[in-house]
Design a protein around this ligand. Structure first.
Ligand code: SF4
Length: 198
């Protein structure tokens, strides 16, 4: 499958997830605390290269892939390289590439994973639990009653079905971004870019 097709396939998974997330958030009232961004400061976020393929593709299209690759490779921090350290006027979120954020960034807070007993549990943060206790309880009840919640492993399986190699290995988030950039750069090293997007 070409890189272009893979990017399209990943974006399709993201689109389906956004639908499920919207329905889950509407049904429970659960949301992020406005202007928070604390979860992005976690230095231990892991991701697969495939979930950052749309980001890498977009950077390459705009002639920014080499610059980003250098930046990611020279980074001395394990905090996500896409994170804005602080907000300037007019900026509303700490993710500088919100549209192209990874699968984990979309799932965390509002998706469920299975515990040791194979029961679904909401994977969310302390801030959400503390700031929205009623909504958190509603979400827990909904999951317990078998209501619909995005399930992390389901979405990772969908990614893996697109590219077994790039969608399988979880690694530190900056390594995943670096791998995605390398894949796109090497793919286009001897090929003409790009197909126009609709
Ligand atoms: S890609 Fe964006 S949302 Fe994901 S960890 Fe980095 S800054 Fe946060």
């Amino acid at each position: 499958m070409s890189i272009y097709r893979k990017v399209q396939a990943v974006e399709k998974v993201f689109k389906a997830l956004e639908k499920e997330l919207a329905s889950f958030k509407n049904g429970t009232g659960l949301n992020c605390l406005s202007g928070c961004g604390l979860c992005c400061l976690n230095p231990n976020i892991t991701a697969t290269p495939l979930e950052f393929l749309p980001f890498a593709y977009e950077l390459h299209k705009n002639g920014l892939a080499y610059q980003w690759l250098e930046d990611v490779q020279s980074s001395e921090t394990s905090t996500c390289k896409i994170l804005r350290p602080m907000l300037s006027e007019g900026e509303t979120g700490f993710c500088s590439q919100y549209q192209y954020r990874g699968l984990i960034c979309r799932l965390f807070g509002f998706a469920a994973s299975r515990n040791k007993m194979s029961q679904l549990e909401l994977a969310t943060c302390k801030t959400i639990k503390a700031e929205f206790p009623e909504q958190y309880q509603t979400a827990k009840d909904l999951i317990k009653d078998g209501g619909k919640v995005p399930i992390m492993t389901d979405f990772y399986h969908q990614l893996r079905a697109i590219d077994t190699e790039l969608g399988r290995q979880l690694m530190p988030i900056n390594d995943a971004i670096e791998e995605a950039l390398k894949v796109v750069l090497s793919y286009y090293a001897y090929r003409k870019p790009y197909r126009r997007r609709a």
